[in-house]
Design a protein around this ligand. Sequence first.
Ligand SMILES: Cc1cc2nc3c(=O)[nH]c(=O)nc-3n(C[C@H](O)[C@H](O)[C@H](O)COP(=O)(O)OP(=O)(O)OC[C@H]3O[C@@H](n4cnc5c(N)ncnc54)[C@H](O)[C@@H]3O)c2cc1C
Length: 264
Amino acid sequence: MYAFNYHKPGSVSEAASLLSGSEDAKLLAGGHTYIPTLKQRLAQPSDVVDLSAIAELKGIREENGGITVGAMTTHAEVAHSDVVKRVIPALADLAEGIGDPQVRNRGTIGGSIANNDPAADYPGAVLGLGATVRTNKREIAADDFFVAMFETALEEDEIITAVHFPAPEKAAYVKFPNPASRYSVVGAFVARTSAGPRVAITGAGGTAFRHQGAEQALASNWSPDAVAGITTDPNDLNSDIHASADYRAHLVAVMTKRAVAKAG
Ligand SMILES: Cc1cc2nc3c(=O)[nH]c(=O)nc-3n(C[C@H](O)[C@H](O)[C@H](O)COP(=O)(O)OP(=O)(O)OC[C@H]3O[C@@H](n4cnc5c(N)ncnc54)[C@H](O)[C@@H]3O)c2cc1C
């Protein structure tokens, strides 16, 4: 690890001033991704701004018929929240399937979506539910947030404060997990919303993406059979030690069909 200045601000505005006032400051949430990055000397920030003492970034509340989750809320808190289980059970279910208990007790929703690992689960719910990412500067629609592998619409000195999820009529997430990490080899988040069906695929491409073919099929017939025959161009998908692009393309249809069956 290279040396850096460590800060632990007590408010978002203090964190924002530290970010903009430092040469190359980076945010720290649960540290699940960023601490190993530092330990391997893959990053050399001048300053690290730890968000863990900022109370306004934590917690879950019901808002405008949906759920708002503070950026520093852990996966375990979402998984065990009675409000989330009641209003958007698919979101609690997704959080419960992330990693293992250690990961769920340290990892945060803000860190997960800011990092935008292609195999992460939360981008599926954010895109699949048409959520809004709130930052200290603006609100970003889910469809505009995830740009590319490990890349989002966030500016260098922007802090995610919360994510607002509108409640769907029904929704479910199913993934084919990597047996070691539980990261998604391919996952499908399906939601029936008042504006029509939304289908978000995780793990398969460079970033989570909406599957237009699946959404069109579900718009006319919300049933598992409607999506059994959807196709995905493997040229757009990842090929790595875990799965080939062709296998991932096959899994997209299988996971989507299972997710629709699970949503009911
Ligand atoms: C063994 C293991 C297994 C895992 N399995 C899964 C899995 O099955 N599914 C899954 O989805 N994930 C999985 N993860 C990822 C994990 O859930 C964390 O969400 C992820 O590692 C990010 O960690 P963190 O929240 O502690 O953020 P950090 O590591 O602290 O930060 C990650 C990045 O986000 C930035 N950041 C953090 N907070 C903010 C903010 N509020 N605003 C702007 N930028 C911010 C940081 O600067 C950093 O660049 C796994 C991780 C590990 C180590």
